[in-house]
Structures are given as structure tokens and as C-alpha cells.
Design a protein around this ligand. Sequence first.
Ligand SMILES: Cc1cc2nc3c(=O)[nH]c(=O)nc-3n(C[C@H](O)[C@H](O)[C@H](O)COP(=O)(O)O)c2cc1C
Ligand SMILES: O=C(O)C(=O)c1ccccc1
Length: 389
Amino acid sequence: MSSPADFQNEIYLNGLGDVRPELPTDLTVLERLAGERIAPAAYGYVAGAAGTESTARANREAFERRRLVPRMLRDVAVRDLSVRLFGQTLPVPVLLAPIGVLAIMHPDGDLAVARAAADLGVPLVVSTAASHSMEQAAEANAGGLRWFQLYWSSDRDVVLSFLTRASAAGYTTLVVTLDTHTLGWRPRDLDLAYLPFLRGIGVTNYFTDPAFQRAVGSPFDGDGADREAAIMRWAGTFGDPSLTWDDLDFLREHWDGPIVLKGIQHPDDARRAVDAGMDGVVVSNHGGRQVDGAIGSLDALPRVAAAVGDRITVLFDSGIRTGTDVIKALALGAKAVMLGRPYAYGLGLAGEAGVRHVIRCLLAELEIAMALVGVTCPAEITPELLASA
Ligand SMILES: Cc1cc2nc3c(=O)[nH]c(=O)nc-3n(C[C@H](O)[C@H](O)[C@H](O)COP(=O)(O)O)c2cc1C
Ligand SMILES: O=C(O)C(=O)c1ccccc1
């Protein structure tokens, strides 16, 4: 049986034949490389964050501030990275975060990511704003575990249609993103006046949707004069800032599987998620892309985890860059984490191979670090592994 940590041996053995990895194995270095090689507007869209980007920095700083305290002589020869979530076994406590408009990184976009995820056994969350349709992504992800991320459109017919399509395409869990009913103020994109959607990227799920097509006026082929009308319709209905907690009943009624709320930072909101009958929350600040000055996501995690206890599942994202980051988030109460920007950079640098590289680096480092801090499985990762602040 191969394990993620074997990637380390593979790299060193390849070195005997003078073959070295084509991309950096430190994902923060890979991020810098992406800044040098990827077209500025596209790179800026991915790397950018809201305002002065202080929250994006706070996300990283919250990880830097916490330190692990390794334990010795605990027999870590046999490791099992799997976790049980919502009645499913995930091979690793890591999922790929939903990232829209991936085609700005590489023409294969979501298909390359979906293939790499299925191949490496990493569950994938496909974005509503994907560059390929959710059905195409599902096909590329055949045999993989996939969840669907919903941007809750102000057009309820479109929401219903998305839920029906997602269920039919084998998406098991619904991730509802609450923090982006409106785009944050993003100076990098504003300064370049660059928004991919207005160029028709990231709208495929809408353009292929029968309810959306009806609203624009059929027949609609996504071309010519129709196209502009469709993009404007998208811009006008993408989010619904009027939503409240009561609206969650609508989703419960129309989605059979687990529902997870993404973008939770306050413990009271986490409690409300429990009260609303949700199955989980993702502690996330959208990678600092929405509210500049918001709390670093890892700093929000302990109080959210304490608020919900074991009643629902706590997931985490925003700032995961290394295997030890995963350990820190799990130690503070997350059951699993979502990896964001790094895999988009991998995609931009080297397509599917780049995504594979990023995933393999993160998981290898995670398994190795788990063994070195003295744990054999995610359940053994507890707050005692952290130095008290
Ligand atoms: C380019 C880009 C596009 C994103 N698109 C979506 C999206 O469509 N849906 C969503 O819920 N989150 C989206 N996110 C947020 C990610 O799911 C995740 O919360 C964030 O990337 C975590 O921060 P990190 O990448 O710095 O770790 C996007 C993030 C980036 C960088
Ligand atoms: O760019 C984003 O952060 C994002 O999540 C997004 C994706 C699609 C539409 C609008 C925002």
C-alpha cells in the first residue's frame, strides 16, 4: 500500500537519475513562482484579497503564531489519515476548497483539478462558479468523492435546478457559501478593472442551466447578443443579500444530503447553524477576500469549535499552506480542512500535473509531520500538541 509520505522517497530516488521536482515542494515558494510565471491579471485575481489584504496576512500570521510540541516514543509506524465525515470515509482530512473561474489559471480548469483529486483520493468541492459544468467536473472526477458548493442565487428556480443537477451528478454534500453574497472590495482586480465573469469565465453552470436559460429567454446558446444579456442576468442574480437564517429551511426541503455552511467566524452563528439543522460549518473568511480587517480564520476556529462541540462537524479553511498547518487546524477543533489557493497555483503552473504535485506535497508533509509529532491518526491530534500561547 502506498501512502502519501512515499512521495518523499520517490523524489529522492528520482534524484539518483538526476531528476528533480519541476515545481517547488514548499508551497509558499510555489506561490511566489506563480507570481512570476502566471499572467498578472489572472494571478492577481487568485492571490488578491480584500482591501489592504490585512486579513489575508492575519490568516497566515495566526498559523505562524502557533507552535507544535512534538512527542517521542509513541509507536507511529502505522498511520491512518482517514476521517469519517457525514457517514463517508475521507482518505485524508483534506478537501480541495471550491475555487471558481479556474480556467483563468489553465484551460483544463476544473477538469484537471477533478481528475487529480479523484486520482489521489482527495475529496473535491466544486464551485457554482466553476469554468466547466458540474456534470463535466463530475465525469472527470469519476470514482472520486465530490461535494457541491452553492452560491445562493436570488433566482430560486436556478437554485432548485442547481440542487437537482448536483444530486444527479453524484455530489453528496452541499456547501453553502454565506460570506460572498456580494463581492468584497478587491483593489488588485479593481485597479486592473478585471472581473472574469464579465468575460464569460465562471458562468458555465448558469449558461448550461435550463432555469437560467428560461429566465434569459430561450433559445439561449450563450453566444452573440444573448451572451451579454446572460452575463448581465448573472451579475444581477448571482447573490442574494436579503437571505436570513429562516431561508435555510428552503435548502433543507430541497437537498437530501448533508448541508454545510461556509464562511462562519462567530460562535453564535455556529450555534445558529446547529439550531437550523445544518450538518456542519466551514470556519472560513474566504481567504481574506471579503472583509479586510476580519479576524484571522484560525483565530476564529477555537471558539466556533467550542460553541458547537460534537453536535455538528467543524471544517476549516483560509491559510492552509503546509502539512503542519493541517495539524494545527485539527488540533484547534477542525475535523478536516480545505486547501485553497495553492492548488490553483499548481494548476496555473503545470495543469493537472501541477495540481497533483501540490496535493502530494501537502499530504506527504502532513503524514510525515504527524509521525514526527507523535500521532498516528487525525483523532489523536488534540490541543495538547500545541504550545500554549
Ligand atoms: C480565486 C478564488 C476563487 C474562489 N472561488 C470560490 C467559490 O467559487 N466559492 C467559494 O465558496 N469559495 C471560493 N473561494 C474561497 C475558497 O473556497 C477558500 O475559502 C479560500 O481560498 C481559502 O483561503 P486560502 O486559499 O488562502 O487558503 C475562492 C478563492 C479564490 C482564491
Ligand atoms: O473570487 C471569489 O473569491 C469568489 O469566491 C467568487 C467566485 C465566483 C463568483 C463570485 C465570487
